[in-house]
Each structure stands twice: as C-alpha cells, then as structure tokens.
Design a protein around this ligand. Structure first.
Ligand code: C2E
Ligand code: MG
Ligand code: MG
Length: 788
C-alpha cells in the first residue's frame, strides 16, 4: 500500500467477521502456498530427473549402436579383406571375369550373412545382386567414398543402407568389395531392443523439399527438427522436441553419407509422458499428501484459532457486560498472554465494580454519619409512595431537627458538632430499625416508615426519639443534651408525592419548633395555609425593598431631667399597596427568618442617620437592630457607612439591641459592641427584663442605656411587684451608670410613678405616637417653644 492511499479493490483482503475464520483462512492459505511451491519444485525436479535418466539412456543407446555397428563393420571388413586379397579373385577382377566375381560375391554374402554384397570396379561397374537404386549408388561409390575403407549411410528408394567398401589392390586399387546393410525394420527393432527403456528409433531422410522426414511418415517435418539437425546440436546431447504425438526426449545421430554429406539421420525418441509415467504414483502421493496436509492444517488452524479467539470472545462479551454495568469475571485458563489478559481484565472488572460501589455509596450516603443522603432518601420515598399507592397503603415521613445544634457548633467547635451528628445518626438508626433513616443535611434527619399495622408507631417512635435525645450524652468528653423537634406527615392524606410529603413534614417540624421545641407535631392543613401566607409575605417583602415601600416613623424619647426631647426611635413602616400598613410584629420575624432583615436593616440605618443629621445637635436617633443583622459580617461597616454618608456625629446614634443577640457566641457579640463603642456610637439594651437572664448581660457590657420593657410599665401604677421591679432596674442602672428609658408610657399615672422613681426618659403614646419623618422638626421646635 502506498502511504495514505488505500489498496486497489482487486488486492484488498476479504473481511471476516470472526477472527477465527481469518486465522484459519490465513494459515490454510499460507500452507497451500507453501504446498504449491513444493509441488512446483517437486514437479520440476521429477521432470529434470526423468529427463536426465531418459537422456542418459538415449545417449547410451546411441553410443551402443555406434559401437555395435563398428564391430559389425570390422567383421564385414575382414570378410571383404579376405576376398580382396584372394589372388584368384583379384585376377578375376583385373581380367573382368564377371562369372567368377559374381560367384565370389554370392559366396561372400552368404559367409558374412549380409543381404547385399557387390564388387565395383574402377569404371563403376557393379557385380552382385541388389535393388537397382542401391546398385546405381554403389556404382558411384569409388568416387564418393574416399580412403582405404569407407562406410556411409546412403538413402535409396527402398530405404536407408549402411554401405561399407573394402579396396581390392593389385597392387593398385582395381575395385572395391561393397557390403550394404539395410537399415530396415529388423535393424531398427534390434536397435530398440538394445535400450533399457522402450525408446523408438526412426531413420529420417530429406524430403524433396529439403526437410527431414521419416520414411513411414511417423515423424512429419518440423522446423524444430530441421534446425536441430542442421545445427547438429544433439548428436550426443539429447533434447526435448514437440512432435504431433506429444513432447518427446530426442537424440539425433547424423549418419555419415557419401562425400561426408549426411543423407539419413537416426532419431532416438522417448515420449515425455511415458518418461513421467513412472513418477505418476510419486506425483499422486505428493498431491494426496498435500490435500491431506491441507485438511489437517485447516482443522488444526481452525482449532488453534478457536483456542485463541474463544477467550477473546469471552473477554469481548465480558467487556460489553461491564459497559452495561454488570461485574463480570472471565474464567482464566493458562498463563500465556491471553490468560494474563483475562486475569488483568478480572482485576480491572473487580476494581471498577468496587469503585462504582464506592461512588454509588458516596453519591447516596452521607459521609459523616454513613446514613443515606437526601438523594437516596427522595428516591426511596418515591418508590415507597408508588408501591403504597398500588396497595392502598401509607407512607409516613418524620422530619427531625436538633434543637440548639448551632450553639453546640459555636461553643464546642465543629468537630464536636460532627461527633454529635454521628451519635444522633446512630441512635436514630437503632431506634427506627423498621424504617429508613437519612441525614438530609446539617442537623436535619428524616425517617420513612412504610405501611404497618401499628397505627401508633409514628407517634411512639417520635416520642421514643425525643426521650432518648433529651438525655445528656457524652460526646468527645462533653456532656451534651441537645434535644430535638419532630414533624410528621402521612401519605396519602398529607401528600402523595415525595416533595409535598417532605414539605408538609417540614411544616409540622417548623410548628413543633414554634411550639417550644422538644416536641413532635403532625402536619395539619392549616400549617400549609400559614406557610403559604408566609411565603407570599416573603415575596412581597422582597418586592417592598426593591420598590421602596418602606419608610421610617420616629417616636420621640422625652428626657425627664432636661425636660426636652432627647431623641427619636426610628420605627420601620411598610405600606403595601394591597395589604395596607403591615405592622413590624408581622413582617420583622419573616424578614429575620429569610435573612432579608440584613438588607432592610441596612436601609433603616442609612435612612435614620440621613434624617437625623438635620435635627438639632442634642437630639439623638435610636435604631433597632435585629440579632441576625447584628451578627451579620458587614454590620459595623454599615454603621460606619451610615455615619460617614450622613455626616451624623457618632454619639448621636444609638443602636438598640435585645438580649437575644447574646444567645449565640456572646464573646464575639461583646467584641463587636466594643468596636461600635470605640466608634463613638451609643448602645441601648431594648425590652429589658423580658429575657431569661437579663441581669447577666449587664455584666457583659457597659450599656449606655437600658430600655425598660412596656410590660413592666403597663402595670407599674397598679401592681406593687411591677413597681418593685422597675425600681430595682432603675437602681441597678444608676449603680452601673446607665441611662434609662421607660417604654410604652400611656398615662400620667405611669409617668408620675416613673418620674418619682428617678427614670431618666420616657417613650409612649402619652407623649407622642410614632410620627412621620417630616413632622419631626416641627415637633422639636414646638416642644422647645413650649418649654420656653
Ligand atoms: P420596640 O423596639 O420595642 O419599639 C417600640 C414599640 O412600641 C413600637 O412598636 C412602638 O410603636 C410601640 N409603642 C410605643 N409607645 C407605645 C405605647 O404607649 N403603647 C403601645 N401599645 N405601644 C407603644 P412598633 O413600631 O410596632 O414596633 C414593634 C417592634 O418592631 C419594635 O419594638 C422593634 O422590636 C421592631 N421594630 C420596629 N422597627 C424596626 C426596625 O427598623 N428594625 C428592627 N430590627 N426592628 C424594628
Ligand atoms: Mg426599640
Ligand atoms: Mg422595646
């Protein structure tokens, strides 16, 4: 093939679907080719061998004939010599006594056993019987035959004769005794008998046209024969010529004629077919052996090819099965390359299966607890729901969330939190052996229980889990009692698809948390409606932020000692186009849960400072900050931005926080408070007295102000204990050098009581409700004028 160019169609090898067929055909073809080469070489060698032996035989026959003729000639010559030396005979010849010569010749013919004998005198007269044609040739012999004794093969009409002449000397040559032996059928047969092989001897003579032919026309004239004889190539070397009967091995002997010109030729021939006949068995044997060999090779190569391809086919099938996801092992036979390949394949297949198993496990299991993950849980839930739908059964989903897990993480660190999750996973798995326990993420777990006779099982299991998790457990050397809340949803009533059922179990969980944690709740449709409402509220809140539906109201804080407005508290207002005025108590919790409070609070901070900068220098602005916003990473930046953007003096800004900011990571909260303080910003503790351990927080940070919660103020005039608490708070604040504001003062009685107890400032409807931003300046002026 020429690089880049495909083979022409004619020489393209056939394509086989099976390797075994290809190998068998290849081996057989190679063997057949080898066989053909051997057969051809064998044939050539047989032919050569046959040629050589036939040629040798022809050559031998030729020379044997020469030798026998020489012996015969010598015998005839001596008979002739005896007569030629006889005195009487010489006298008869010299005197031309024909009768005596004729009788001597007849006598000689008999003695020598020659068919023809003559005496020819110097004038060419012939005495003796014989065919006329021969006689006329003999008559010319004295001139045509030279030397003392000469012989020649002459051609007459009756055929070829070998003539031999002996001179008659008296003392000069006066004639010759001539013998003529016909080269007839008898002579030829005698010659043929001399040979070990049945060769054919033929006498050829020249036709009138000058071509060499045989007398009986057995050998017609062929140019090849003419050329061969003319060139005299094969007098002693046999050659191959084509005759009408077929190809023959031939040896031509040019018989010496009169005046040295050959008149007859002896052709010794042997048909090649006959020469090869004796080798026929050998050839047949070779052919048979070849065919048998071919069959053996065909069968053997087929079996060999199959022994190679069988494992390859098995490997092929196994590879396909592997591709389709099955794990296949191939039987290993032998330790050759294929055996080793099969072994490697098995190792690879096992490796892939193992890795796939690991990947599947990783994809469907939670690495921390080893429990199924959300993906697996959802698939299982879907399968269970499908099955339950067919069998009219139920599927129960329990959603569980650890109470206060974040606190564990924050206070004891994430490794301890992880260990706790691992422990809880283990506990759930042991308690819910009849169900599927999964970790959905964070501290959220879920359990699927399928249809069972015991209708009380979900309730019992939930209670069992709650009781168990409520007990303190030892995790990494820490005693942790975390507790949990559980929401339960039951199909098909609470949803017949995984998403709805999970969502409803989640709503029930949310409800359980709202109901004080550490309890379980079943889903109720009302929860769903509430959730929907909440979701809509959330969407509306986002829109409100984008479309500027928020504004601020300001409620004055009246300084009782200075008898003037000491500041205003910024209070968020939301005017929704359809909902109307939405109270903060309704939307702030949602904003906190969704994290929107961070962005909303940022707006409040910037807006409050922007407004306050236009007020008189002694009037402060108080801004409420939710715990989530306070803990958000950029909060101190927001404060800084608000101050620098507006140019408000930091000491005119008061940040109001509630005790709940301390619930998580008190240390960093205090650090942030100090940072704000360092900026010059004031910090007030809002709704004081409503938390669990209000007093302890006062130790954590030196607040600038304490705002006494409205709930104490409400009854301060009627209830002695409330009055006592308010007094205690005021004394405490005094001792800690903190200012005080009483919230929600609605009547003069309350005012009088608070003033009497030394409260610093008051805020409430008695003095003023929250007012629009635009009215603040007027109110300040009005109050200042009134005071004057
Ligand atoms: P808060 O910080 O304690 O604010 C005082 C609340 O008491 C205000 O309610 C105010 O209108 C109300 N109030 C004042 N005087 C009286 C009175 O004499 N009688 C009665 N019945 N109520 C009085 P508002 O504006 O509805 O706000 C409720 C709560 O919403 C606030 O309590 C505060 O916790 C939160 N809030 C309001 N604005 C924001 C804000 O911009 N950011 C954050 N995070 N929370 C805010
Ligand atoms: Mg407040
Ligand atoms: Mg308050």
């Amino acid at each position: 093939m020429i690089a880049g160019r495909p083979l022409p169609r004619a020489v393209r090898l056939p394509r086989f679907r099976h390797l075994s067929t290809r190998l068998s055909v290849l081996y057989t073809a190679l063997f057949a080719a080898a066989l053909i080469v051997v057969a051809v070489v064998g044939q050539i060698m047989i032919l050569n061998h046959a040629k050589q032996s036939v040629r040798a035989e022809l050559a031998t026959s030729g020379s044997v004939y020469d030798r026998i003729w020489a012996l015969r000639a010598r015998a005839l010559a001596s008979s002739g010599d005896v007569l030629a030396r006889d005195f009487g005979f010489r006298s008869a010849v010299a005197s031309g006594d024909r009768a005596t010569i004729a009788s001597a010749v007849a006598n000689l013919r008999e003695r020598a056993d020659v068919p023809n004998a003559f005496v020819v005198d110097q004038s060419g007269e012939v005495i003796g019987d014989g065919p006329n044609d021969l006689r006329s040739i003999v008559s010319g012999l004295p001139t045509s035959l030279t030397g003392d004794r000469a012989d020649a093969t002459v051609m007459t009409r009756d055929g070829a004769y070998r003539v031999l002449a002996s001179p008659i000397m008296a003392p000069i040559k006066i004639g010759s005794v001539v013998f003529a032996v016909p080269l007839d059928a008898k002579e030829i047969a005698a010659l043929q008998r001399l040979s070990a092989i049945p060769l054919t001897a033929t006498i050829l003579h020249r036709s009138p046209a000058g071509h060499w032919i045989s007398s009986d026309a057995r050998v017609p004239s062929t140019p090849a024969l003419d050329t061969m004889i003319a060139e005299g190539v094969s007098d002693t070397t046999p050659t191959t010529i084509d005759l009408p009967d077929g190809r023959v091995f031939a040896l031509v002997k040019r018989l010496k004629g009169r005046n040295g010109v050959p008149e007859a030729v002896l052709l010794l021939s042997y048909p090649q077919a006959k020469a090869l006949a004796s080798y026929r068995t050998l050839q047949l044997g070779i052919a048979l052996a070849g065919v048998l060999g071919l069959i053996v090779v065909l069968i053997g190569s087929r079996r060999l090819a199959e022994s190679i391809t069988r494992p390859i086919t098995a490997l092929d099938a196994a590879a396909k099965a592997l591709e389709e996801g099955g794990s296949i092992q191939v039987a290993v036979a032998g330790s050759d390359e294929i055996g080793r390949l099969a072994e490697s394949f098995n190792l690879m297949s096992a490796g892939i299966a193992e890795r796939e198993h690991r990947i599947t496990h990783l994809a469907f299991h939670d690495s921390l607890t080893g429990l199924p993950n959300r993906t697996y849980f959802r698939q299982q839930l879907e399968a269970d729901l499908t099955r339950a739908a067919k069998m009219r059964g139920k599927v129960i989903v329990l959603c569980l969330d650890l109470d206060g897990f974040k606190g564990v993480n924050d206070t004891l660190g994430h490794p301890v939190g992880d260990s706790l999750l691992h422990r809880v996973g283990g506990i759930l798995a042991t308690l819910a052996v009849d169900g599927l326990v999964a970790r959905l993420g964070g501290d959220e777990f879920a359990i699927i229980l399928t249809d069972r006779d015991d209708a009380d099982r979900p309730r019992a299991l939930a209670q069992l889990i709650l009781d168990k998790l409520r007990l303190p457990m030892s995790v990494d050397g820490h005693q942790i009692g975390c507790g949990a809340s559980i929401g339960i949803a039951v199909s098909p009533g609470d949803g017949d698809d995984p998403d709805t059922l999970l969502k409803n179990a989640d709503l029930a969980l949310y409800r359980a948390k709202r109901d004080g944690r550490g309890v379980f709740r079943f889903f109720e449709p009302a929860l769903d409606a509430a959730a929907r409402k909440r979701r809509q509220l959330e969407l509306d809140l986002r829109e409100a932020l984008q479309t500027g539906q928020f504004r601020l109201n300001f409620q004055p804080i009246f300084d009782l000692k200075a008898d003037r407005i000491g500041g205003f508290e910024a209070l968020l207002r939301w005017e929704h186009p359809e909902r109307g005025n939405v109270p903060p108590i309704d939307f702030i919790p949602v904003a906190e849960e969704t994290g929107l409070i961070v962005a909303i609070g940022e707006w409040v901070m910037l807006e409050a400072c922007r407004q306050a900068v236009s007020w008189p220098g002694h009037v402060r602005v108080a801004v409420n900050v939710s715990p989530l916003q306070f803990r958000s990473s950029g909060f101190s930046n927001v404060v800084f931005q608000a101050l620098s953007n507006s140019g408000l003096a930091p000491q005119r800004l008061e940040v109001e926080i509630t005790e709940s900011v301390f619930l998580e990571d008190e240390g960093s909260v205090v650090a942030l408070l100090h940072r704000l303080r360092a900026m010059g910003v004031r910090i007030a503790l809002d709704d004081f007295g409503t938390g669990y351990s209000s007093l302890s927080y006062l130790r954590s940070f030196p607040f600038d102000k304490i705002k006494i919660d409205k709930s104490f103020v409400d009854t301060v005039a009627q209830d002695a204990s409330s009055a006592a608490i308010v007094r205690a708070i005021l004394d405490l604040a005094d001792a800690l050098h903190m200012e005080t504001t009483a919230e929600g003062v609605e009547d003069n009685e309350q005012l009088a009581r608070l003033r009497g107890q030394g409260c610093g400032s008051i805020q409430g409807y008695l003095f003023s409700r929250p007012i629009e931003a635009g009215m603040v300046a007027d109110m300040i002026t009005e109050r200042m004028t009134a005071a004057a």
